[in-house]
Ligand binder design. Structure first.
Ligand SMILES: [Zn+2]
Ligand SMILES: [Zn+2]
Length: 313
């Protein structure tokens, strides 16, 4: 079977949602074009930007960093890696992001939890977060990626959330009726507080599988180890269910997300009185660290969970 685009090479990739059989080269070009189109559609980048890219050693952030770096050569970019102190895993991932930074010739900032803050993610094991390690880890990473970007004086942060991640998150917010989360699940999150850095998700147009294929075909350095704390989480189970739907209805994920952004989200935002998400949720300064939080006169989520560790020590 020949590639439907070039007609010359053998097709290796089948994209069911668009019924396309492509050779690796045409697939990679298509993936890159989709990311550039997404960036343009949502006005994610401007020429005065100096962005941070959150990297983890995984396929998504490697794909993100590679495509951004090659497509926007003139925009300054810094890779940001948080060393979570997870035995073997964190060191392994660090080696991958170091390699990536060399390949794309962009600086890498490594922020070590242990050196900077005196704790590691495994320390949460003995707290009430022992069964919710991924939740604690997510809070720590979200907080620090924002803070590091702010402290470095960068203009925004790009993350590797892909189509599957986003469909799962939107689906979950619908299920829980979490309107606040639903309006925050946007491809671009603007600055709603002086210390809240804008966030962009250029990979929302690519599926999990497309990111894996892209990273593999480009031979990007990606981790081979799984995090010891990432069990079969609810997130993973929900993704499996959504993949079953996509097996039956190939365009499911793409239709779901575009209906949400084009039709539902504008209505939700209107129903909330045309206020920005920040106003609707309320954004306050954390009395402990001074960073933005949705909690009024209370320490932010990050300060709250870190104080659990200090109390134990
Ligand atoms: Zn081709
Ligand atoms: Zn705080």
């Amino acid at each position: 079977m020949k590639c439907k685009k070039c007609g010359a090479n053998d097709a290796e990739v089948y994209l069911a949602y668009s019924n396309l059989k492509l050779c690796p080269e045409c697939f990679m070009l298509l993936a890159e074009r989709k990311v550039r189109n997404t960036i343009e559609t949502y006005k994610m980048l401007s020429k005065n930007d100096n962005i941070g890219i959150a990297v983890s050693g995984g396929k998504d952030s490697a794909t993100l960093a590679y495509i951004l770096s090659r497509s926007f050569e003139k925009i300054p970019m810094t890779l940001i890696y948080i060393d979570l102190g997870i035995p073997d895993y964190s060191q392994h991932c660090l080696e991958k992001v170091k390699e990536l930074s060399k390949i794309i010739d962009r600086d890498l900032i490594v922020y070590s939890l242990e050196k900077e803050l005196g704790f590691r993610i495994p320390d949460f094991k003995s707290t009430i977060y022992g069964r919710k390690m991924c939740s604690a880890c997510g809070t720590v990473k979200r907080y620090l990626f924002n803070k590091i970007t702010y402290d470095l004086g960068l203009t925004k942060i790009a993350t590797g959330h892909n189509l599957d991640d986003t469909v799962e998150a939107i689906f979950n917010s619908y299920m829980e009726g979490n309107v606040g989360a639903l309006v925050r699940l946007k491809p671009v999150l603007p600055k709603t507080h002086p210390k809240m850095m804008p966030k962009i998700k250029p990979l929302i147009c690519l599926t999990d599988m497309e990111c894996l294929l892209y990273a593999t075909y480009r031979n990007l350095p990606i981790r081979m180890l799984e995090c010891q704390f990432a069990k079969r989480s609810r997130t993973i189970r929900r993704k499996e269910v959504l993949n079953l739907l996509a097996d039956k209805i190939p365009s499911f994920k793409h239709t779901f997300i575009s209906s949400h952004y084009r039709r539902i989200l504008p209505l939700l935002e209107k129903a909330l009185g045309g206020q920005s998400v920040g106003d609707e949720m309320g954004i306050f300064d954390c009395p402990v660290c001074g960073m933005p939080t949705s909690l009024r006169s209370m320490p932010c989520h990050f300060c709250k969970i870190v104080s659990l560790l200090k109390r134990k020590a």
